[in-house]
Design a protein around this ligand. Structure first.
Ligand code: 13P
Length: 260
């Protein structure tokens, strides 16, 4: 098994002071641990410098990530943040195509592909989200939906580009609902995604690609999810907002790796 990767997506939460406290609490809790698990924190843009300042320190245990970027390169796009700006601040990762952005901001696979291209151009690693709605799962369309999302947003990439991408499977019905996909459902979808990558880019690329699970992942269920062969870690929303919960999920990653 590869070492796990745990990503905290804070979404639109926390005041400046609370954000600062959370970063310091996580940093303190992880300080003397020799972690194999990699950790990325994705705060709102306005708090990014709090994070990059610490993430650049030598003994830092985490990397800085953003939650979104513009599909445009630069110019008259009031309120937007470009991939180039993120890179210039030391941000190394960026979530794209989150279901909340698809739903509330009308992002489609084409927009997401544009964002991925710009992130890669600026050496920022895209964390690309995919996942089906509840109705789609009930109708047995979940694999088809995810296949289309992956093919349309990612499969135009050259192998040298695709190898820098992280994928996150987040079933929409599991996000913020407390209803987690079962370990078996998760493994099935992750194995399916890996098989798509294998067909397109070959076995080695399929093995090496990180595929994270997101959707009500917490301290209690993380070990069972992370134990699945094709689950390389988690994209964590609500449980990343409390240092103790988030650190427990990171420890779940450590436990699974030590036992395998
Ligand atoms: P929750 O962990 O709150 O369900 O959110 C998952 C998510 O959307 C992470 O991007």
């Amino acid at each position: 098994m590869k070492p796990k990767l745990v990503v905290g997506n804070w979404k639109m939460n926390k005041s400046f002071d609370d954000a600062q406290d959370l970063i310091i609490d996580i940093q303190d809790a992880l300080k003397d641990k020799k972690l194999q698990t990699e950790v990325i924190l994705c705060p709102p843009f306005v708090y990014m410098e709090l994070l990059t300042d610490i993430a650049e320190e030598e003994d830092s245990q985490f990397y800085a990530g953003a939650q979104n970027c513009s599909e445009h390169e630069s110019g008259a796009y009031t309120g937007e943040i470009s991939a180039e700006m993120l890179a210039s601040m030391g941000v190394e990762f960026c979530i794209v195509g989150h279901s909340e952005r698809r739903k509330y901001f009308g992002e489609d696979n084409h927009t997401i592909a544009q964002k991925i291209n710009l992130l890669l151009k600026n050496d920022v690693v895209p964390i690309v989200c995919c996942g089906e709605q509840l109705e789609e799962r009930k109708n047995g369309q979940h694999t088809e939906v995810v296949k289309k999302q992956i093919e349309e947003s990612l499969f135009h990439l050259k192998p040298s580009e695709f190898e820098r991408v992280i994928i996150a499977y987040e079933p929409v019905w599991a996000i913020g609902t407390g209803e987690t996909a079962t370990p078996a459902q998760t493994q099935e979808m992750h194995a399916f995604i890996r098989s798509l990558i294998e067909k397109k880019y070959g076995t080695e690329m399929a093995y090496n690609t990180y595929i994270l699970y997101g959707g009500s992942c917490n301290a209690k269920n993380a070990v069972d999810l992370f134990m699945q062969q094709d689950v390389d870690g988690g994209l964590i929303g609500g449980a990343s907002l409390k240092a103790a919960d988030f650190v427990s999920i990171i420890e779940a990653g450590e436990t699974v790796i030590k036992d395998n």
